[in-house]
Write a protein that binds this ligand. Structure first.
Ligand SMILES: NC(=O)c1ccc[n+]([C@@H]2O[C@H](COP(=O)([O-])OP(=O)(O)OC[C@H]3O[C@@H](n4cnc5c(N)ncnc54)[C@H](O)[C@@H]3O)[C@@H](O)[C@H]2O)c1
Length: 353
C-alpha cells in the first residue's frame, strides 16, 4: 500500500493499493463520524463494483443511499447534476454525511460538484476506477459539469476528504479507456519526471507496477496543486497537451476521447518547442514512440486553421493571450504565453512532419 499527502487548505491523503476497494468501509469510517453515505456511480461501474462497495460500507456501519446515472461524458450535464442534488435532498443527507464518488472522472467531477453545492458543501471522497481518475481527476479538487457551450464550464473547487485508489479495478477497463489514462501518466513524465517517462515508454506497464506509477503521478499533481490550489499560476503546467488536445476534441465533435486528444496535443506542442529551439531535436520522436507503444495516436486530420479556431474557445484564454505549455526536455516544461493571433502559425508548425 502506498500513499500521497496532498497539502491543500484542508489536507488529505490519497491511498493506493491493490484490493483496497474491499476495505472502503473501514477506510471511510476513519474519515468521518457520520454513518450515512451517498454512493454515486454510473451504471457500468455500479454493475461491476456497486454491490461490493455497498456491502463493505454497510458492514462498516454505514447506511448507504445509492444513485446511478447512465455512463458517459454526454451525461455530465445540468440534468444529471440536478437529479443528484434532488437525490441527496430526498435521502435527507445532512452536512455531516458523505458523498462517495465511485467511478471515472465523469462521476468524480459531477459527484464532487454536487457535494460542493448541496447544502453549500458536504464532504466528498473519491474512489476512482479509471486510470485517468486515479492519476488526475480525483486529486486537486476541480469538480464540475459540461454545458451546451462547452466542457467543464460550470464547477467549483472542492477538495475531497480522501481518495482511495484500487488498481485492481483497472482490470475491467476497456483498452482504449486505459490508454486514455496512460496519456495523462506520460504527461507527468514529460512535465517533470524523465524516469517516469522512461518507465512508461516501453508500453502498458504490468499491473504490479501500477501502484508505484499512480503514486508518482499523484505526487506530481499534489505538489503542483499544493502550490496553486485555485489554478492561477504553476497549475497551468498540468495543461501540457491540453490546449491543442481540447481543440482536437472540439474538432472531432467530442468523438475523440480526451486522453487520445491530449496525446496528440503533446506531440504538437513538442514539435513547436523543437522548432523554437527550446528542446532537443529527438523529443518529438521519443514522445511519439512512447505514445504509440501505449496504443495512443500521434496525429489528427484537422487543419491549422480549424485547430486555431477551436483553441479560441479554450476556457484558459485570458483576453488576447493563451498560455501554452512547452517542453524544454523530456522531464521539464515551461509556461509560454502566446497571442491568439499567433495561434494559427503555431498550429501550422505543430502539423509539420
Ligand atoms: N477534475 C479534474 O481535475 C479532471 C482532470 C482530468 C479529466 N477530468 C474529467 O474526467 C472525465 C474523463 O474521465 P474518465 O476517462 O475516467 O471517463 P468516465 O468516467 O466516463 O469513464 C470512462 C468509461 O469507463 C467506464 N468505467 C469506469 N471505471 C471502469 C472500470 N473499472 N471497469 C470498466 N469500466 C469502467 C465508465 O463507465 C465509462 O464508460 C472528463 O469529464 C474530464 O473532463 C477531470
Amino acid at each position: 500500500m502506498k500513499s500521497v499527502h496532498v497539502e491543500t487548505d484542508v489536507p488529505y491523503e490519497v491511498t493506493i493499493g491493490r484490493g483496497l476497494l474491499h476495505a472502503a468501509g473501514e477506510w471511510l469510517a476513519k474519515l468521518t463520524p457520520s454513518r450515512v453515505a451517498a454512493l454515486i456511480s454510473d451504471e457500468t461501474v455500479a454493475a461491476l463494483y456497486g454491490d461490493s462497495v455497498t456491502q463493505n460500507l454497510t458492514q462498516a456501519g454505514f447506511h448507504v443511499h445509492r444513485f446511478t446515472f447512465p455512463a458517459g461524458e454526454q451525461n455530465k450535464t445540468l440534468v444529471t447534476y440536478g437529479r443528484m442534488l434532488d437525490f441527496l435532498a430526498a435521502c435527507q443527507c445532512t452536512r455531516a454525511d458523505t458523498v462517495v464518488a465511485l467511478g471515472g472522472g465523469v462521476t468524480g467531477d459531477m459527484a464532487g460538484f454536487a457535494a460542493a453545492t448541496y447544502l453549500r458543501g458536504v464532504r466528498v471522497v473519491q474512489l476512482p476506477t479509471t486510470l485517468l481518475a486515479m492519476v488526475d481527476s480525483s486529486v486537486g479538487g476541480k469538480t464540475g459539469i459540461d454545458l451546451a457551450a462547452g466542457k467543464n464550464l460550470a464547477g467549483a473547487f472542492h477538495q475531497p476528504s480522501g481518495v482511495l485508489c484500487d488498481p485492481d479495478t483497472l482490470a475491467t477497463l476497456p483498452t482504449d479507456v486505459l490508454a486514455d489514462g496512460m496519456a495523462e501518466a506520460i504527461k507527468y513524465g514529460v512535465l517533470c519526471d524523465a524516469s517516469l517517462f522512461e518507465m512508461l515508454a516501453g508500453g502498458m506497464p504490468a499491473m504490479d507496477a501500477m501502484e508505484s506509477i499512480i503514486q508518482r503521478c499523484v505526487a506530481i499533481k499534489a505538489g503542483v496543486c499544493a502550490e496553486d490550489e485555485c489554478d492561477r499560476g504553476q497549475r497551468q503546467l498540468l495543461n501540457l497537451g491540453h490546449t491543442f488536445g481540447h481543440a482536437i476534441e472540439r474538432c472531432s465533435d467530442y468523438q475523440m476521447p480526451h486522453g487520445h486528444a491530449v496525446a496528440i496535443g503533446m506531440v504538437y506542442v513538442t514539435r513547436i518547442a523543437q522548432r523554437l529551439g527550446l528542446c532537443p531535436a529527438d523529443c518529438v520522436a521519443r514522445l511519439q514512440a512512447a505514445l504509440a507503444a501505449n496504443g495512443l495516436p500521434v496525429a489528427a486530420p484537422y487543419t491549422a486553421e480549424a485547430l486555431a479556431q477551436a483553441a479560441l474557445g479554450d476556457k484558459k484564454r485570458a483576453g488576447g493571450t493563451l498560455t501554452l505549455v512547452l517542453p524544454k526536455a523530456i522531464g521539464a516544461c515551461v509556461l509560454y504565453p502566446v497571442q491568439v493571433t499567433e495561434l494559427q502559425a503555431l498550429a501550422s508548425i505543430a502539423l509539420e512532419q
